[in-house]
Design a protein around this ligand. Sequence first.
Ligand SMILES: *[C@@H]1O[C@H](CO)[C@@H](O)[C@H](O)[C@H]1NC(C)=O
Ligand SMILES: *[C@@H]1O[C@H](CO)[C@@H](O)[C@H](O)[C@H]1NC(C)=O
Ligand SMILES: *[C@@H]1O[C@H](CO)[C@@H](O)[C@H](O)[C@H]1NC(C)=O
Ligand SMILES: *[C@@H]1O[C@H](CO)[C@@H](O)[C@H](O)[C@H]1NC(C)=O
Ligand SMILES: *[C@@H]1O[C@H](CO)[C@@H](O)[C@H](O)[C@H]1NC(C)=O
Length: 320
Amino acid sequence: MVEARKGISCCKHVVLPVLVVLIVAVIIFLVKDKAHPSPVPSIPSSTPSAAPAPMVPTLENGTYGAALATSIQFLQIQKAGKLVGNTIAWRGDSALNDGKGASLDLSKGLYDAGDHMKFGFPMAFTGTILSWTILEYKQLLTGYGKLNLALDNLRWITDYLVNAHSADNVLCIQVGDPKVDHSCWDRPESMTEERPLLFINKTSPGSDVAGETAAALAAASLVFKSSNATYSSSLLKHAKQLFDFADKYRGIYSYTFPDLANYYNSTDYHDELLWAAAWLYHATGNMTYLQYTTDNGKKFKGYGDPTYFSWDDKRAGTQV
Ligand SMILES: *[C@@H]1O[C@H](CO)[C@@H](O)[C@H](O)[C@H]1NC(C)=O
Ligand SMILES: *[C@@H]1O[C@H](CO)[C@@H](O)[C@H](O)[C@H]1NC(C)=O
Ligand SMILES: *[C@@H]1O[C@H](CO)[C@@H](O)[C@H](O)[C@H]1NC(C)=O
Ligand SMILES: *[C@@H]1O[C@H](CO)[C@@H](O)[C@H](O)[C@H]1NC(C)=O
Ligand SMILES: *[C@@H]1O[C@H](CO)[C@@H](O)[C@H](O)[C@H]1NC(C)=O
């Protein structure tokens, strides 16, 4: 029994980032579909050409639209805190006291997967990718009637990340104890286990998680720029400080906290520094950030040689 449980908890915590990459993949397919309505090359013949693909988005089962809708719904399901306008019948308020011990409101954010952990590193990556998705494919999300849910999901993450950045050079990177959490098979609405907080700072650094959080907030500042300028500039302010913190006090968070290598093990932080600087340049137009990426892109090991794009390795993303 114990072994079986362990097996499940090992796999279940990677669901969130995998799903986020799925959202992007689905949208890319949708756009490709739209760009090339007929995947079959036209063969000269006497028969009339195939009917064009339907232009009205469909959410029917078995379509990419359904996969997109389900992915967005997954993020809704993962929401912690006091739910507002909840769209999921079987979810309720939970984790309302997260952060209270440190006088912080860390009640929002998304649970990682089937567990009740709030892991900052993959949650921030989710925020960055969701922002990128909304920036690139706003029209498509609107067409599917999913834009508002996507924005709500994003804001649920960024509200949490802003509060987690409780002071200059301090960031809460985790709520909950993964060892305890993974042996509690309860609902988040009724969990009673302790919810300890874990912070990085100048002496216990994590350039990867601070860099990714900076990237998420810079990217989200672009998303909210036209709808809420105050919120957008607050996100950007946090992003800039977090980038400075990440760059100045360097370290891999899963070296700082070796126990965390069992969950989201970070193999390097240089990719997150480049990724954060790229998003900051995008959000500010400030050449200093562009200069940082061009100078360090050459210097940081393996920049030109990415093999995949993931919550751990953003090199491919920095080259887009
Ligand atoms: C898709 O299938 C599920 C499971 O059978 C069903 O609950 C849902 O209503 C279907 N959705 C649509 C849009 O057909
Ligand atoms: C920095 O973080 C570490 C680990 O979270 C903690 O033990 C230490 O007290 C913190 N340092 C300061 C000055 O707050
Ligand atoms: C903008 O964001 C602020 C800060 O979260 C919030 O208080 C305010 O209601 C928002 N304004 C609009 C128009 O959404
Ligand atoms: C974490 O990553 C480091 C660097 O790649 C590696 O040396 C270490 O074995 C990994 N730890 C675990 C538990 O996977
Ligand atoms: C650009 O960013 C750098 C680094 O944060 C800052 O020192 C500089 O003042 C900024 N330049 C402008 C024009 O805002």
